[in-house]
Design a protein around this ligand. Structure first.
Ligand code: BG6
Length: 472
């Protein structure tokens, strides 16, 4: 008996905006990220593209023109799936056109066909921090209900076009990050006092819940066999109380609920009881359409996709700090941290799998996990990155243990199997890849690709269907 089931999905994940570049090619319109310099996770952005300024995502790693070569490398590692997103503004440059941009559609036709040819199931995030900029400028992002119908049109277009080849879909990347990185996750610039900010966050999330339900409804009609999932960051749900003081323990639970509310609504089909109190204490009521709750009830999602990079620690009274990895309170003295301060905790991943299993009893897909670190290229061109291999093995082992615990894990996609632009910082030097890309933080480099030592590590893991992490 092997630990990982037959057909387990092994692969890697990227987002269109962090890899493709080609920000204006073939009719693409600007998205949120195209006016950010130091990462979309920072929420600071220009109002428009400033002439002569360097924007790291404009070229990114030019995956738009190099995906044949890049997917070939992924296939050499044995990937049987690959996760990416569809850049909304490549298809609908302002988000409001009534017909999609055919050149954009053709690009994804070939991208998915290439994956299929190489034996990889495409796994698609419909919206990954890349709302068309025009929708932010005109409507102020997801706090406005206009986005629901525009998103539905986008979904119907891609379901109709790609429904035969794409069977795994997730509607919004890390929706719960609206709390920590609202510009990225919900295209909003938070304004006003605490009550008003909280209202904006929950209103944006509500509108996205409705959009999710409408996407599930469209999917049932247009591609009945598709698997429809949500996607959340669980790094901030793996939250330990800093002490056994009841305030720390209870506060940690409340912090978890801030994440799980999204899953409670979209997987169970209704707002949980605790939501009412959050809204009341912040003096607002959600604006809802007459059919919203019925739609949410009738069209729940089927699986929970999640990212997990690190765990968090909650101490009552300590202000929370947030970035792309989610929210953290105090540093955890029992864990080591990366150069970017992300604390490494494989057991936290096993915990999250078990929590999801207990709470929702649904299939789960670990669609992001990885280690962002600096890499050094040796004189002979080799790149030795044992820390990345260790991180990978430890987390795959944790997933194996979770499966032995009884968790229904569908697959695992390492974040950034090829170096891409960091969402949190805009850096290239925060590298996750098994494949190195020759480009620095100022945009210099040849864009040449080369394999790191960890490439082999992942290839071996996949070749043994995860067994070698228990025996080697
Ligand atoms: C997740 C995002 O939050 O974390 C990705 O879905 C992101 O877009 C990843 O790249 C890692 O974060 P960062 O800031 O290191 O790129």
């Amino acid at each position: 008996m092997t630990v990982f089931p037959k057909g387990f999905l092994w692969g890697g994940a990227i987002a269109a905006n962090q890899a493709e570049g080609a920000w204006q090619a073939d009719g693409k319109g600007p998205s949120l990220v195209d006016v950010t310099e130091h990462g979309i996770g920072k929420s600071e952005h220009d109002d428009a593209v400033l002439p002569g300024k360097y924007y790291p995502n404009h070229e990114a790693i030019d995956f738009y023109h190099k995906y044949h070569e890049d997917l070939q490398a992924m296939s050499e590692m044995g990937f049987n799936c690959f996760r990416t997103s569809i850049a909304w503004s490549r298809l609908y440059p302002t988000g409001e056109e009534t017909t999609p941009n055919e050149a954009g559609l053709r690009y994804y036709d070939d991208l998915f066909a290439t994956m299929k040819k190489l034996g990889m199931e495409p796994v698609v995030t419909i919206s990954h921090y890349e709302t068309p900029l025009a929708l932010h400028d005109k409507y102020g992002g997801w706090t406005d209900r206009h986005l629901i119908d525009l998103y539905e049109r986008f979904c119907r277009t891609i379901f109709t076009r790609y429904g035969d080849v794409v069977h795994y879909w997730m509607t919004f990347n890390e929706m719960n990050n609206t709390h920590t990185i609202p510009y990225a996750a919900a295209a909003i610039d938070l304004t006003g006092d605490t009550d008003h900010r909280t209202q904006q966050i929950y209103q944006a999330e509500h509108n996205m819940y409705v959009a999710n339900a409408k996407a599930v409804k469209s999917a049932r009609e247009l591609m009945p066999d598709a698997h429809m999932g949500i996607m959340l960051s669980l790094s901030q749900a793996a939250v330990y109380p800093a002490t056994c003081a009841p305030e720390d323990v209870f506060g940690a639970m409340q912090m978890q609920r801030r994440t799980f509310i999204s899953a409670d609504v979209q997987l169970r089909g209704a707002y949980p009881a605790y939501a009412k109190r959050i809204f009341a204490e912040h003096h607002f009521e959600l604006e809802m359409g007459p059919d919203d709750l019925q739609l949410i009830h009738d069209y729940p999602s089927e699986f929970l996709g999640f990212s997990y990079y690190r765990s968090s620690t909650y101490a009552a009274g300590t202000p929370l700090y947030g970035d792309t990895g989610g929210a953290v309170g105090k540093p955890n003295p029992y864990l080591k941290a990366t150069d970017w301060g992300w604390q490494i905790d494989p057991l936290g991943l096993r915990w999250m799998c078990n929590l999801v299993q207990d709470r929702y009893n649904c299939p789960m897909f670990i669609v992001e996990n990885g280690l962002g670190m600096k890499d050094t290229v040796s004189a002979d061109g080799s790149i030795h990155d044992p820390a990345r291999s260790d991180y990978l093995k430890a987390h795959v082992q944790a997933i194996g243990e979770a499966i032995k615990d009884g968790c229904n894990v569908m697959g695992y996609t390492w974040w950034g199997p090829i170096d891409i632009v960091s969402a949190g910082t805009g850096q290239m030097s925060k590298r996750y890849g098994f494949v190195y890309v020759d480009k620095d933080d100022e945009g210099h480099g040849t864009l040449a690709r080369s394999k790191k030592d960890s490439f082999k590590t992942y290839r071996q893991i996949i070749a043994t269907n995860g067994e070698n992490v228990f025996t080697d």
